[in-house]
Ligand binder design. Sequence first.
Ligand code: FAD
Length: 413
Amino acid sequence: MANVADVLIIGSGPAGLFLSAVLAQQNLSVKGLSPVDPAAPWPNTYGIWADELETLGMSEFLEHRWRDAIAYMGEKKIPLKRDYGLIDREKLQGHWLQQGSQYGVSWHRGKAVAVTHSAKLSEVTDENGKTYLARLVVDTSGHNPALIRRMPALKPVAYQAAYGIVGRFSAPPVEPEQMVLMDYRDDFLPASEKQLPPTFLYAMDLGNDVYFVEETSLAHVPGLSMETLEQRLHRRLAHRGVRITETHHVERCLFPMNMPLPDLTQAVVGFGGSASMVHPATGYMQGAMLRRGPDLAQAIAQTLSDPSATPSEIAQAAWQQLWPEDRLRKHYLYAFGLENLMTFNTVEIQQFFTTFFGLERSQWAGFLADTSTLPEIVQAMLVLFGRTSNPVRWGLFSSVFSHGNLLRRTITA
Ligand SMILES: Cc1cc2nc3c(=O)[nH]c(=O)nc-3n(C[C@H](O)[C@H](O)[C@H](O)COP(=O)(O)OP(=O)(O)OC[C@H]3O[C@@H](n4cnc5c(N)ncnc54)[C@H](O)[C@@H]3O)c2cc1C
């Protein structure tokens, strides 16, 4: 049937463009459905550890690279001895669009509103009633997806929130050529505000006297308000004697960290934010997406090679590839970690991260990128528990009782 695609991708964000390109390279016919032009610029800035792209042979997609990112925990400056970068969004988007079109991906304009399944096909309807047929539908429409069903929430949804400014300043807000992953100093806050939810500065020198400074709440229920973050950013800068002299761009960031996992029995597959692929303890997703996409595409292609496979069978194989049992277990452990982080005050969080970044680099890097095995993560956490301060240790210990349901899932998934 000429009108039937092997795969219909919903959404043209990073997840949609990437997966459509890798699926098409598997000799599959791929269509995309997006309410916006897939070439319209992505709104978000994406940071990533440089070695994550290097390992994938994708270093050329770094727009900026900073040697030896640092963190401040209290007055303590911690050299992370690891390069950090910003993804060149325009280049990466152009690359995937070009690859997609080379392998025959066609994009259609529309917003998906419903999906139905028959024995052989899935049918997506857009908001104008137009229908699209495919053997498999992959929803990549982001954290609040159009078609994906999620499992019941185990915890209230926590949000990462940040307010940032790209611009020029009366003096460098961070040291020139520097990238500050987390500055948790709270010396700019009066004592009465120190008990409020901790926030940190994420900042970098973009060159030509332009800097990006962003006041960030790692996670909170509900997400911290933009007003609070904006006010804190201005106070932090003022405390260092820094004034904003030019504002080029303002970034307001709010996204869920611990969305419930998707229902893995449904006949539509998710990828990216829709499939809860954001790391629950850090908020990063781009590296995981790049690592997991090719295997997912291969699993889909393999199942599609059986002409009698139903949408449900194809989706099952895909979900199994994306969320195998060991990854589910790790996910619950990270979610447990997030609950811990949210109970810490600023001093405890400083103590926690001081110990965390004092682990072997392979340990903390593997935790952040989700490339360590479950036993490796548990081992790293035990070392951290042994080395950290008593208040942090007590917090972790108490969480075993208050968030034991997440730990149980780590054991039984
Ligand atoms: C401000 C911000 C900063 C972030 N920074 C980082 C970072 O530095 N590093 C990192 O690793 N992660 C970061 N993340 C987390 C994550 O990487 C991003 O949220 C990422 O954009 C998710 O990609 P996605 O393609 O899954 O979804 P999105 O980028 O949200 O794209 C979804 C696409 O689907 C389309 N769509 C929506 N509804 C429909 C529909 N009904 N039908 C068809 N199409 C639809 C949308 O138009 C959009 O094009 C950040 C998130 C935010 C919000």
